[in-house]
Ligand binder design. Structure first.
Ligand SMILES: *Cc1c(COP(=O)(O)O)cnc(C)c1O
Length: 357
């Protein structure tokens, strides 16, 4: 099979080594003679995987001592509910930078007072709002660091006068993060650190326990921290694949090394978008994401959109159709996507130019 270049937004491409490990573990997990799909999660072999997975998170992101890492089912979308359940007492503020941010805000509004502190809906979320003031009486301020659908990204860890909570579903492990600036960081694994089926949460322990509401057992972060993410049966296979993906990131030289490659890939693709007269980027230049690159046909060439998709597909480039709310194209270039994959797309855009410009 000749190589297919996969630019899916999520579930995403994972490294070949990880696929190979998955196949192996399905047949025989850690030399136990039992499949990873069938082992008990109450065994020392599984405990070792949980311990190592937590340790890898802490090591790769230099997570300070007073934080805990937990793994939960339900995806990032259930975290939208967990967050206000565990942190909202009086009032919360959200930065409304797109569909995911908006959905997170909606869950908080179902539980109490929450509103958008700033919003970029006026230009279809093509930029990150700036110059807004975060009220100092909020229980927390929630941001979405990478807006997967629009290709915008908050690339710096902001100073915040109140506890800062971030959905980092689609840019986790793509850049070094100063975890100490956040009360909590969470996301679904399937954008950059594993398969669908598990969410990660990095939580500052003393930020919890400040709300007076009744928190249902399964929605209480403290329960999952106390039980080391095994209050009930964890998503064993998804966690196993996340473990292997984190090991791969470490083998690549860690987040700092991976970040350099990610920037290189993004630069290569944005340069071509800016150079090629057939295409134009949709995100504000200063806010361009290094994970999701969004672009459309340039004015005058709009009628070529379907033809370019078909042309790309014939060149084994798949997953570049833009989200329906933006249109055009989106290339998701997460960690496992290589510079060769990006180069294949760039070459394809160049060839298409010679046919039409
Ligand atoms: C994909 C995505 C989500 C939703 O994740 P699920 O695990 O499908 O619930 C939330 N936030 C961001 C930024 C995403 O990219």
């Amino acid at each position: 099979m000749s190589k297919v270049h996969v630019f899916n937004a999520g579930p995403c491409l994972l490294p070949q080594e990880v696929y190979d490990k998955a196949v192996e573990a399905i047949k025989d997990f850690a030399g136990t003679g039992v499949s990873v799909l069938s082992i008990s999660h109450r065994t020392k072999e599984w405990d070792a995987i949980m311990d190592e997975t937590r340790a890898l998170w802490k090591e790769l992101l230099h997570i300070p001592e007073d934080y805990e890492v937990i793994f939960l089912g339900g995806g990032a979308s259930l975290e939208f509910l967990y967050v206000p359940m565990n942190f909202l007492e009086h009032k919360a503020g959200y930065l409304d930078t797109g569909v995911w941010a908006h959905k997170a805000l909606k869950e908080a509004q179902g539980l109490g007072e929450a509103s958008a502190v700033a919003c970029s809906a006026d230009k279809n979320y093509s930029y990150i709002p700036k110059g807004y003031e975060i009220p100092s009486d909020l229980d927390y301020f929630h941001i979405t660091t990478n807006n997967t659908i629009y290709g915008t990204e908050i690339k710096e860890d902001m100073d915040c006068p109140v506890p800062l909570i971030a959905d980092m579903s689609s840019d986790i492990m793509s850049r070094p993060v100063d975890v100490s600036k956040y009360a909590m960081i969470y996301g679904g694994a399937q954008k950059n650190v594993g398969p669908a089926g598990v969410a990660f949460c990095i939580i500052k322990k003393d930020a919890l326990g400040k709300v007076s509401r009744y928190i249902p057992t399964m929605l209480d972060y403290r329960v999952h921290i106390d039980k080391l993410s095994m209050f009930n049966t964890p998503p064993v296979f998804s966690i196993y694949i996340m473990h292997e993906t984190l090991k791969w990131i470490k083998s690549m030289g860690g987040v700092e090394a991976v970040h350099k490659l990610d920037v290189q890939k993004a630069d290569a693709l944005y340069s071509e978008i800016d150079r090629n007269p057939l295409f134009v980027g949709t995100a504000a230049k200063e806010d361009r994401s290094i994970m999701n690159v969004c672009f459309v046909m340039a004015p005058g060439y709009e009628n070529l959109q379907d033809e370019f998709l078909a042309f790309a597909k014939a060149h084994k480039i798949i997953g570049i159709k833009g989200h329906r709310s933006v249109g055009g194209f989106r290339a998701s270039i997460y960690n496992a996507c290589t510079l060769e994959d990006v180069q294949a797309l760039v070459d394809c855009m160049k060839e298409f130019e010679t046919m039409h410009a």
